[in-house]
Design a protein around this ligand. Sequence first.
Ligand SMILES: [Mg+2]
Length: 177
Amino acid sequence: MTVSKYPEAVVFDLDYTLWPCWCDTHISPPLKPKSQSQIIDSYGMKLSFYPDVESIILELVANNVTIIGASRTATPSVAKKILNLLHINGKPAIQYFDALEWGQGSKTKHIKLAAKQLGMNEELEKGGFILFDDELRNRDVASINCHFAHVPNETLGLTRNVFENGLQSWAKTAKNI
Ligand SMILES: [Mg+2]
């Protein structure tokens, strides 16, 4: 299966979508890099992105898709540190995100803020956004016309299969933009 059409923006949840932990409860700072693709916390717990994340991010960049992070984590500083320490293709992962939104409450708020900040209100209204997230409660983003793609398995996280199925179901429902 190949992707034939990309949305304007892909929004990623972080915990259990890009990496296999809750960074506010499972991670104990200080964090140190063990390699470009792995970090270690003060208790020796190692953390990396799920295996397909790097190639998915690079594919989105290659296709000029805006990348947004949206997290309800209570510790944005830990999440930012992880994104700074984990590298994708030699660059800190955080540099691939065009916007990062944080805080409690519905992700409709995060996504509306990101769209405003990036000057992409119209693209959002027209259905050009998709959110990948492991928590079904966040499917309420459909109310602002953001397509919801569920990441169903916390052991596997964002896989290529989940990614391509999400884009396919988005392409079927999206209006032409
Ligand atoms: Mg999550």
